[in-house]
Design a protein around this ligand. Structure first.
Ligand SMILES: [Zn+2]
Length: 246
């Protein structure tokens, strides 16, 4: 009954294939998470900071321009003041204008200082965030590359297992495969080791008749409780050894 050993192998192969399919799905999920942009929040933060910088820069430029034109006006007015000399109505109004312009100029200069601070702050933030984004993008790219690499490995491993499964299925008698497939359809691992006189899957003790039939080696036996196909431990000892060595 060599086919019991082959069936045990078949089960191991299929367990491995299920494991690889699960890993495949998990990797697909992880890869989707990488392509879904968790980094968009950082990108839009940088974009917003750039827009803010632009609008503050415009305000700053306007303030600089106004300050310059006030400066020019002040020079003119001071010349007029110098030329007029003495006391007059015009003189008073000129002095008043000068004092108003100076107030406005001081206000604008104060504002420019505020603008410069805000612009510095924004530039720093943009630089930091851009650096952070680049680092995260790089990490994401390398994670994606690793996932793609593993996907390739899984594909090739899976292909090998699939070949082995086909080979084993070809060697196992059809009526045994029917029982095997039926148990798989019941969501059971179809094969169980016979440990002493007990089913290795459900633990139920088998009748002496059952055990002897299997030990004589000319009959297959199913567990009297769970229906699994029993394999004497000795028959798969080499396979089990290989597994525990891995
Ligand atoms: Zn059982």
């Amino acid at each position: 009954m060599d086919f019991l050993k082959q069936m045990w192998q078949l089960q191991q192969v299929e367990v491995e294939m299920v494991r690889l399919r699960k890993e495949w799905d998990h990797i697909k999920e992880l890869a989707a998470r990488e392509s879904r942009s968790d980094l968009d929040a950082i990108r839009s933060g940088i974009e917003k900071a750039r827009e803010q910088w632009q609008s503050i820069k415009e305000e700053y430029d306007a303030a600089v321009q106004e300050t310059q034109s006030i400066g020019n006006k002040l020079v003119q007015h001071e010349e007029q003041l110098y030329q007029q000399g003495g006391q007059s109505k015009e003189l008073l109004s000129l002095q008043q204008k000068i004092s108003e312009l100076e107030k406005r100029k001081a206000y604008l200069e104060e504002k420019q200082l505020g603008h410069i601070n805000r612009l510095d702050e924004l530039e720093q933030r943009i630089a930091n965030e851009t650096l952070r984004l680049q680092r995260l993008e790089e990490q994401s790219r390398s994670r994606s590359a690793r996932l793609a690499e593993r996907q390739k490995e899984i594909k090739s491993e899976y292909g090998k297992w699939k070949e082995q499964r086909e080979e084993l299925r070809g060697e196992i008698p059809g009526y045994m495969l029917d029982i095997y497939n039926d148990l798989v359809a019941q969501k059971k691992r179809p094969m169980a080791l016979l440990k002493n006189a007990n089913c290795g899957a459900c633990g139920i003790e088998q009748s002496v008749l059952n055990v002897n039939a299997l030990k004589k080696g000319n009959q297959y036996t199913r567990c009297s409780s769970c229906g699994r196909i029993l394999v004497p431990q000795q028959q798969v000892a080499d396979l089990l050894k290989e597994e525990s060595d891995e």
